[in-house]
Design a protein around this ligand. Sequence first.
Ligand SMILES: [Ca+2]
Length: 480
Amino acid sequence: MLRRTFLAVLAQSKPRMNVLLIGVDDLRPELGCYGAKHIHSPNIDALASRGTVFTKAYCQQAVCSPSRTSLLTGLRPDTTKIYDLQHHFRGTIPDAVTLPEYFKNNGYTSTGLGKLFHGGLDDAPSWTIPWWGPNMRYDWNSAESRSRAQRIHEQLKAKNWTIEPTGSPAGTRGPSWQSVESNEDELPDNRTTAQAITALKELKGKPFFLGVGFAKPHLPFIAPKRFFDLYPLRKVEMPDYPEPPTGAPSFAGTNSGELRSYGDIGNGPISSEKARELVRAYYACTSYTDENIGKILNELDRQGLRDNTMVVLFGDHGWHLNNHGNWNKHTNYEKATNSLLIASMPGQKQRGATCDRLVEFIDIYPSFAEGAGLPAPAKVQGTSFVPLLNNPTAKGKPVALSQYPRTYEKQQLMGYSVRDERFRYTEWRKRDTKEVIARELYDYKEDPQESANRATRPELQSQIKTMSDHIDRLTAPSPQ
Ligand SMILES: [Ca+2]
């Protein structure tokens, strides 16, 4: 009893660190603070100046739900068994404790707004106050919102934790981009921003975990016109290397099916004019999202919460802008796996630093736990990057692992891809026998564009062996 009283006094004497996790759908690390001076991103750049920009952060699988599930459980896709957009992790790892749930279990009020878990796959046990989405016609933290969350949970359970596929055939959706000139407040991300501002006001005064997820720059690229005006079409340059790497297996790329589902794209060649329009619209959506993020960070300041709130901003994976002839994500290439990650923690010893050490998205969970002074979560597979916030040149991980499944000539493959600070090595294995049917090696020191597969070069075989051993180590069944 005495001890409990002592702990209660201790807890009251020091305000607990809040958590603000901001996730952005499909936002790649092409921003001012990453050296992309052609991008207007003043608000994210301001966050970066107070925190750390990670240049070598990697998602675990370059598509929404597998990446987000991995990040929010701290577990690799081979442990969550979530490789697609249809299955919920409660069907495969029912007892997992998600990042928000971990904070909830430690006395925090946890709540989520906008796209955090993939659409239709929310996780009710994660939240003290139920998740809210911008298509709901009622307010966050309302009785309607609570009953809806419970209903979704029961429906998912009844359907064995599976939802229907959402893909669309080529050319069947609306236009791929749109500039809008009125009713900005009705745009989903504006609605999410408004709810986040409300939430910060209501949550102030209690330890909280607030997750906020933005839908743009995911397709279709819809943003107010004033953001398109920042990027005159004639000045837009194609940012990515367009040729496939020589010597790469044919199945390593993607057919850009997601983009092709839009009415102005379809199955044919994508003209250079259309490609330029798409890049411009992607940039417009990037700046639009930057403004929304700024509104939330400004509210954090207005509420006096800056000094006891950890902020992590992530993009759920990278994005190909005609890189290697690919659009969207869905590959193991650098442009799809290298992801936006900025962390700002009160009290971190170096601010405004760029960190080139390897970081994985599964590291976010234990980093928040360490930053909040909570016990290290038992089952996560990541490691905290808090030491890198204090010293960006401290020793990092030897490699980051991403993976992507493929079907090739009726064979089910898994591509495991490890990145060290210089190379990327990808091994395409049959999922049943583990037989390796293709290898890729890219050397970013000699070949930053990833233009040639060097896996057959004799002088690089020992490098391949070292990286292949890392794949074996990281994919070995873990004693969970
Ligand atoms: Ca995404």
